[in-house]
Design a protein around this ligand. Structure first.
Ligand code: URA
Length: 264
C-alpha cells in the first residue's frame, strides 16, 4: 500500500507539499473570504501602466456590452461564456493547429464569476484528450497551489492563451496567438476577475506584451485590463525545478493578499 493511499498518508503528503512551498501554518480565519474590490490603478508596480490589449478582431463574437455594462449575475456570465464557446465552435479551423493533430478546442473551466483567473500557455496532451485545461500532472500541481491559498479549483476560472494543443507541445506561434488570444481577452472581460495569474514565461510575456524574463516579471502585480496580473512560474516548470516552489508561494501569497484587499 502506498504511503498516500490512506487518510494519514494523504495528510502527510499534503503537509509535505505545503512544507516545500514554505507554508508554516494554516489560518482558520474566515475573513479572507471577504474580498473588497481592488480599485483599478491601485496595484503597486514598478512598471508603467500597460495599454489595453488590442481589441478583438471582427471574428470575435460581440458579447453584449460586457465591458460597459458589467455583467452582474453569475448566470449572465455563464451564458456569455457559453455563447462565446459556441461561437468559437467545437472544431475551430481559424488557425493551422486544427490540421496539426489537435483533437479538440480546450475552452476554459471554472467559476464564470471568479475573482481569480488563472491563465496558462496552451493545452497539453491530457488536456487535448479531455477538453479541459490543466488536468495533467501540471494541472494536479496547480490544484494544490490553488488550495494552498484557501480556494478550491472550482472557485477560480482557468484558461490558456491559445485553445488548441501545439504539436509536440512546442510554443504557440505568433499567428496562432494573434488568432486565438482575442477569445481569451473576451473570456477575461466576461469573467471580470479581480486578479489574474499568468503561469509561466509564455503567458506572462504574451499578456503583458513584453519580453522581460519571468524571473524578473514575477514577484509583483501589474495592471491588466480591470484586474491585477501576477506572473509566476508554470507548474510544469515546478515539476522539473521544485526549488522554485518557494518563489511561487511568495507570488501566491501576493495573490491571496490582493484578493483579500490586503495588498495593492
Ligand atoms: N500547460 C498549460 O499551459 N496549459 C494547460 O492547460 C496544461 C498544461
Amino acid at each position: 500500500m502506498s504511503d498516500a493511499s490512506d487518510g494519514r498518508g494523504q495528510l502527510r503528503a499534503h503537509l509535505q507539499f505545503y512544507g516545500e512551498l514554505g507554508v508554516t501554518g494554516f489560518s482558520r480565519d474566515p475573513r479572507w473570504r471577504r474580498r473588497p474590490p481592488v480599485a483599478p490603478g491601485q496595484v503597486e508596480t514598478g512598471a508603467a501602466p500597460l495599454p489595453m490589449a488590442a481589441s478583438a478582431d471582427d471574428d470575435v463574437l460581440r458579447v453584449p456590452d460586457v465591458a460597459e455594462d458589467s455583467l452582474r449575475s453569475q448566470a449572465e456570465q455563464a451564458d456569455a461564456l457559453a455563447s462565446l464557446q459556441a461561437h468559437i465552435g467545437p472544431s475551430c479551423q481559424r488557425c493551422k493547429l486544427c490540421a496539426l493533430g489537435r483533437q479538440q478546442v480546450v475552452y476554459g473551466v471554472g467559476n464564470p464569476a471568479a475573482d481569480l483567473m488563472i491563465i496558462g500557455e496552451a493545452p497539453g496532451a491530457d488536456e487535448d484528450v479531455q477538453g479541459i485545461p490543466f488536468v495533467g500532472r501540471a494541472g494536479q500541481l496547480l490544484t494544490k497551489i490553488i488550495e494552498a491559498i484557501d480556494l478550491r479549483r472550482d472557485d477560480v476560472y482557468i484558461a490558456n492563451v491559445i485553445k488548441c494543443r501545439p504539436p509536440g507541445n512546442r510554443n504557440p506561434e505568433p499567428d496562432e496567438v494573434a488568432t486565438c488570444e482575442p477569445f481569451l481577452l473576451q473570456q477575461i472581460d466576461i469573467v471580470q476577475p479581480r486578479v489574474v495569474v499568468a503561469l509561466g514565461k509564455f503567458a506572462a510575456q504574451t499578456l503583458l506584451q513584453t519580453d522581460t524574463p519571468i524571473t524578473r516579471l514575477r514577484g509583483q502585480a501589474y495592471p491588466f485590463r480591470d484586474a491585477a496580473l501576477v506572473p509566476t512560474f508554470h507548474p510544469a516548470y515546478l515539476l522539473r525545478s521544485p526549488d522554485k516552489k518557494r518563489e511561487t508561494w511568495e507570488d501566491m501569497k501576493l495573490v491571496r493578499a490582493l484578493l483579500r484587499g490586503e495588498a495593492r
